[in-house]
Ligand binder design. Structure first.
Ligand code: MN
Length: 496
């Protein structure tokens, strides 16, 4: 254990409350439930499941989560209003995150009240919540801009009236590590203190760490750093920062971080920046020759975190920065044997593809290797006919006729859209021959405009073998079909 931090640091995850306040995000009750279960599994101490006062759907979700017997404590956001507290108690929440404005700016401009009036409201709410059997985390909103003497007074009185825990909310991301070092210690002496930071200036993690170092014992976080405006403190970054940089054991099941991040991104529809720490698509991907070469020999040369630690895999991608070591490693994985002269030629052609601005997929590399090694590749799957239809008042449907090992197969499938239907019908038709799964689907429009060339990249897997391939057309459905068939053909080739 590190001496810098409290022995038993806790995490309150607010993905389902502050995270859901990300503009444009709205989760269905069953999606909230799924995320809550996974948060509990990964080892979060408290789940802020929503704002009970928000809507019927929200209350349904909170009640379902609270009644599920998860090991995490289930909390809900409330204002200092008895009606909000009643909603929280009626949803069977264990605890409330009771938020009170504490800066004069918020008290005067937002609440149009005096400090005394706010203190009175807060104390009434604390007492009422305790009467209703709730654990109370009393939270000072906009605490970093508050008169710290006033904050200390309201927190002390809150604890006297029964509050169990306190929280310092840096509501608009104006805290600094220096201020945290000054403000946090006296407050942390009153009662267990949480830190709740926002990332408006990109300081959320830094400020959270500073507050934990200064005596806060719980970090409010969200998965992927979702949250109002620029978001909250990302869960995965605080966990891995504590573990890797400070040698602190968090008790979080880190290998579940990436699956959780993907689930939240999928349910919220908020994509991750490709270069996002820990969970971004490229966080464990290497292209440059020097880096890839180093990583192949010894991963720690260019990786500070082992990808397996957070449930991920290292990826070497090929492109114009690739050296012969990464190309050779990729060929070896695909069971190709090239001599030095052939390898040189393959590297040259891979770099050419990169220079043309293409991401080089596995299927591209195989096509290059086949050409250089003069291997004949007879496609196993050939397409005879393909149709996809969609429109209003109908279910998107796709039909296809394929020749699979020279046997004609015809099928039809429906989907959420024509692309989804197309992917499904291909998978179904090939299903008799092999169980191929679509792991990832990615679209790039190469130029703007509705006539743009669309590039579709897919990641397919079969019995643990993974392959990427690409299709490029002006028609997004045909580009998807092309990518699927190219990838399936490569996966089905027996090269063992
Ligand atoms: Mn917040």
């Amino acid at each position: 254990m590190s001496v810098l931090f409290a022995d038993n640091l806790r995490f309150l995850d607010t993905t389902l409350r502050d995270g859901e306040q990300t503009p444009g995000v709205s989760l269905k009750p069953e999606q909230k439930f799924e995320i809550a279960s996974r948060l509990s599994d990964i080892g979060v101490d408290v789940i802020e499941a929503g704002s009970a006062a928000a809507s019927d759907g929200e209350r349904e979700a909170i009640r379902r989560i609270a009644d599920a017997g998860l090991s995490a404590e289930i909390c809900t956001f409330v204002r200092a209003l008895r009606t909000d507290i009643d909603y929280a108690a009626d949803c069977n929440a264990d605890s409330i995150h009771l938020v009170i404005p504490v800066s004069d700016l918020h008290i005067a401009k937002k609440m149009r009240k005096t400090r005394d009036e706010v203190v009175a409201m807060a104390m009434d709410a604390v007492e009422y919540a305790k009467e209703r059997g709730l654990i109370v985390e009393l939270s000072g909103e906009d605490a970093s801009r508050a008169d710290q003497k006033f904050l200390h007074t309201i927190f002390s009185q809150g604890v006297e009236h029964g509050a169990d825990r306190l929280c310092f909310c840096d509501t608009v991301g104006l805290l600094t590590p220096e201020k945290a070092a000054e403000y946090i210690p006296p407050l942390a002496k009153i009662a267990p203190l949480s830190i709740h930071c926002h990332d408006d200036l990109g300081f959320a993690v830094t400020n959270t760490m500073a507050a934990l170092k200064a005596g806060a014992s719980c970090a409010h976080v969200t998965v992927n750093g979702l949250g109002e405006r620029a978001g909250n403190t990302p869960f995965e970054e605080v966990v891995m920062g504590l573990e890797v940089l400070y040698g602190y054991h968090t008790r979080i099941r880190k290998e579940l971080l990436y699956p959780l991040s993907s689930l939240v991104s999928r349910h919220t529809g908020v994509p991750l920046a490709v270069n996002k720490a820990i969970v971004g698509e490229m966080a464990f991907t290497h292209e440059s020759g020097i880096h890839a070469h180093g990583v192949i020999r010894e991963p720690s040369t260019y990786e500070s975190v082992k990808p397996e630690m957070v449930g991920r895999k290292r990826r070497i991608v090929l492109g114009k920065h690739s050296g012969s070591a990464s190309v050779e490693a990729a060929l070896h994985e695909m069971n190709y044997k090239a001599d030095d002269r052939q390898l040189k030629e393959i590297v040259k052609r891979v770099k050419q593809l990169g220079d043309e601005g293409k991401r080089v997929t596995d299927a591209d590399l195989m096509a290059v290797a086949d050409a250089v090694l003069a291997i004949e590749c007879k496609p196993i799957i050939r397409m005879r006919q393909f149709t996809a239809v969609s429109g209003s008042n109908m279910i998107p449907t796709a039909s296809v006729t394929l020749l699979v090992n020279d046997v004609e197969m015809t099928g039809a499938a429906t989907g959420d859209g024509p692309v989804d239907a197309a992917m499904e019908v291909l998978r179904k038709c090939v299903g008799d021959v092999a169980d191929i799964r679509l792991e990832e689907y990615h679209v790039d429009a190469i130029s703007g405009g509705t006539d743009a060339l669309v590039e579709v990249t897919v990641r397919l897997s079969k019995d643990g073998k993974i392959i990427t391939s690409r299709g490029a057309r002006t028609d997004i459905i045909m580009a998807s079909v092309e990518a699927m068939i190219a990838g399936m053909n490569r996966l089905l080739r027996d090269r063992t």
